[in-house]
Design a protein around this ligand. Structure first.
Ligand code: ADP
Ligand code: MG
Length: 696
């Protein structure tokens, strides 16, 4: 049993450690600089670096690294030791302020979408003091932003930080009208991480899992998730041991791992931490994902984080719970007093407006080859963005739009003056699981992100779009106060809600009627990544990012290229693996089994010339037909794959992958999967779904 209080945060250079270890004036100066977001002066950096090094060494560290998130979305690190030879054969340990605040990774091999030519490959990493440093595997990890020398962001963190500044500035302008400006406003994020655990032995026997993270073949198992026995079921011992070790490791790293449970699909699980500042929450999620993968090996397990490791059962997502707050005040909390209600309605209205205005960007931010298998597949929200408000809030919005008195759930008629808006309760929002963007009491839950995604992109977009809506409101209210302000604000709210009511949908997002209704409403429905990405470089998006200094046009274009590139590369690898597996695993196995049947037929004929061999012959014929069909599908895939690879334009190439290669992959898979079901298990070259999914 772990002593939570003793281990929690023990590997983090957090506020308590800083206060404890730094001289009080240094600590005060550092806190101030962090709050103001100002660069550190070198004396301060030297003092902090020294304290950090002493603390790290006491806690077993020998190296340090600037820990950053290049555009691949995963974290990167390069370890340097604290060791410094002194010239007489001995060494001391050193860590200078300049090493803390800036690093220079030779970064030519990170994706940059054409932003840097390789001859000017050097980017630099800069300390992000708003996320704590921590020790991981004897390395002091310093969260950093990663930029080029000409100042372009080359990472996921920089634009997120810029967007947090933008939303803070604009939210403060809005709060001024309520007499509460001047705060350090942050967005908060709590990410629920889903994952699969399977046995290492099965994993090692499947090249598709090892190389692509998902099964590219595999007939449906005899039983799937229909008995609903896994969701919240008792956690089996092997998995339990794994989860305990994971919790311990995360707690040491100050990750507030709170909830763990079995998920809907067999072998699927979830971990949810307690929310925190979005920047730190995303760092924590990346750490969580890393630990999840690494620790699995201690238990003979492999952690699959792909969005769709297995066809036919649920894939994995990562719900992004999001709110805006300062101090203890959550600005999406409906609140109790009338003034709070108006403030809440303003923020709510701005969320509705921003999500509607930039629905395509939000959809784009979660687009990936892996997530294409989830969205719209009756397990995750459709690829259409809509907002679920729940009965109570939905009714309030409707009443506001229609100038009707609002009737609360208790049927007490109310006038729509601000001072009588109901004090609705947290649990009053029923849980609509089919909505991609649902109000859940005092936050919104964005359910589209896939399990592998780095959440920086969607939060950066949410924050920026929200900053824009808040700005419009503040601009429109300029100079107003008191009753004038309240009247104008209500009028504004009514107008904006009217203009954007199409985005509100409280019905069943999985229903067949919804895409039709959504189209009627003019909502976007980008079914795959190739369709979803182009909006990133629309003038409207470029203008939005430019207005708030989040991304320059060059930065936007480079990010778009990186996303296209990742999509086509992923599919290229998947097609390669499929082709190889068909040639080297499946066709030989099917041939061998067909040959065995053929030999059996000959042997029986010899032994008993009068025997009725119709059934055996029919079976053999099925294999021969199946082999032929497999070959046809294989050749078709090869052809489409080669044609797609030859396309120069990256968007057109992505389109070809989506429209031609993916269907060809599915057709090939269908042939092989059909043969799997009639082939002797002993002949099948890889573990089947039945083998993999019900063992761990
Ligand atoms: P669910 O019912 O969706 O599984 P959970 O309670 O498991 O809900 O997870 C909800 C997540 O939302 C948790 O990570 C929680 O910390 C987070 N959360 C709660 N309040 C906020 C907030 N104000 N801002 C951001 N995230 C929040
Ligand atoms: Mg959830």
């Amino acid at each position: 049993m772990s002593d939570i209080e003793a281990i929690y945060g023990s590997m983090v250079f957090n506020d308590a450690v800083m206060e404890d270890r730094l001289p009080s004036d240094t600590y005060a100066e550092l806190s101030h600089t962090i709050k103001e977001g100002k660069p550190l002066n070198i004396e301060l950096a030297n003092a902090v670096a020294h304290a950090m090094k002493e603390w790290a060494i006491e806690n077993g560290a020998t190296h340090y690294t600037h820990w950053f998130q290049p555009l691949s979305g995963i974290t990167s690190e390069k370890h340097d030791s604290f060791m410094e030879p002194v010239g007489d054969g001995r060494a001391i340990t050193k860590f200078r302020g300049k090493e803390l605040i800036q690093g220079e990774p030779d970064a030519s091999s990170f994706p940059n979408g054409g932003l840097r030519a390789t001859f000017e490959a050097r980017g630099y990493t800069a300390w992000d003091p708003t996320s704590y440093a921590f020790i991981k595997d004897e390395v002091l990890c310093i969260p950093t932003a990663f930029c080029s020398y000409t100042g372009e962001a080359l990472d996921k963190k920089t634009p997120l930080l810029r967007s947090m500044k933008a939303i803070s500035d604009q939210a403060n302008r809005v709060l001024e009208f309520f007499g509460e400006g001047g705060h350090h406003i942050i967005t908060t994020v709590g990410s629920e991480q889903e994952y699969f655990l399977i046995s290492e032995k099965d994993y090692a026997r499947r090249q598709d899992l090892m190389l692509t993270g998902r099964t590219l073949f595999g007939a449906a198992p005899c039983k799937g998730q229909e008995l609903e026995e896994h969701y919240f079921g008792a956690i089996r011992p092997t998995v339990n041991e794994y989860m305990k070790e994971l919790d311990d490791e995360l707690w040491k790293l100050g990750v507030a791992a709170k909830t763990k449970h079995n998920e809907v699909a067999p072998c699927q699980h979830e971990l949810a931490p307690i929310f925190t500042n979005a920047n730190r929450a995303i760092d924590e999620n990346l750490l969580t994902m890393e630990k999840m993968k690494l620790l699995a090996s201690h238990h003979g397990l492999v952690c699959l984080q792909h969005e769709k490791p297995f066809e036919g059962i649920n894939g994995s997502g990562k719900h992004n719970n999001w709110s805006i707050s300062y101090g203890k005040t959550n600005l999406l909390e409906p609140g109790e007093s009338p003034a709070d209600n108006l403030r809440f309605l303003v923020f709510l209205t701005c969320v509705i407006e921003s999500v509607d205005e930039y629905q395509e960007l939000l959809r784009m931010s979660v687009a990936s080859a892996g997530n294409d298998h989830r969205l719209g597949a009756n397990e995750a929200p459709p690829a259409i963005i809509s907002i679920f408000l729940g009965d109570e809030l939905g009714a309030i919005v409707e009443a506001l739009i229609n100038d009707r008195p609002y009737k609360s759930a208790e049927r007490v008629a109310m006038d729509l003056g601000v001072d009588v808006l109901p004090n609705f309760l947290k649990d009053n929002t029923d849980r609509n699981r089919t909505s991609p963007f649902a109000f859940t009491g005092n936050k919104f839950e964005f359910r589209m992100p896939g399990s592998q995604v780095n959440l920086s992109d969607c939060n950066m977009i949410l924050n920026t779009a929200m900053a824009k809506s808040l700005k419009s409101f503040a601009d429109a209210m300029q100079g107003l106060e008191g009753a004038d302000f309240e009247a104008a604000a209500l009028k504004y709210i009514k107008q904006v809600l009217t203009d954007h009511q199409r985005i509100v949908f409280n019905g069943n997002g999985y229903g067949d009627e919804w895409p039709i209704e959504a189209e009627r409403r003019g909502l976007a429905n980008h079914k795959n990544t190739a369709e979803a990405l182009p909006c990133f470089v629309d003038q409207k998006s470029i203008d939005l990012f430019a207005e708030f200094g989040i991304l320059s046009e060059d930065e936007v274009r480079s990010r778009y290229e990186v996303k296209l590139d990742k999509y086509t590369k992923t599919l290229n690898i998947e097609a390669n693996v499929m082709e190889r597996m068909v040639r080297r695993n499946y066709i030989p196995a099917i041939n061998a089994y067909a040959t065995k049947i053929a030999k059996g037929i000959t042997a029986v004929k010899e032994a008993l010339p009068s025997a009725d061999l119709a059934d055996q012959e029919e079976l053999l014929q099925r294999f021969l037909d199946g082999l032929k069909a497999t070959n046809v599908a294989y050749n078709a895939l090869k052809e489409e794959h080669a044609a797609a690879e030859a396309i120069e334009d990256s968007q057109e190439q992505a389109n070809a992958y989506a429209a031609k290669v993916v269907p060809a992959m599915e057709a090939l898979r269908a042939e092989v999967d059909a043969l799997e079901c009639i082939t002797d298990h002993g002949y099948w070259p890889v573990p089947t779904y039945n083998d993999i999914l019900f063992y761990v």
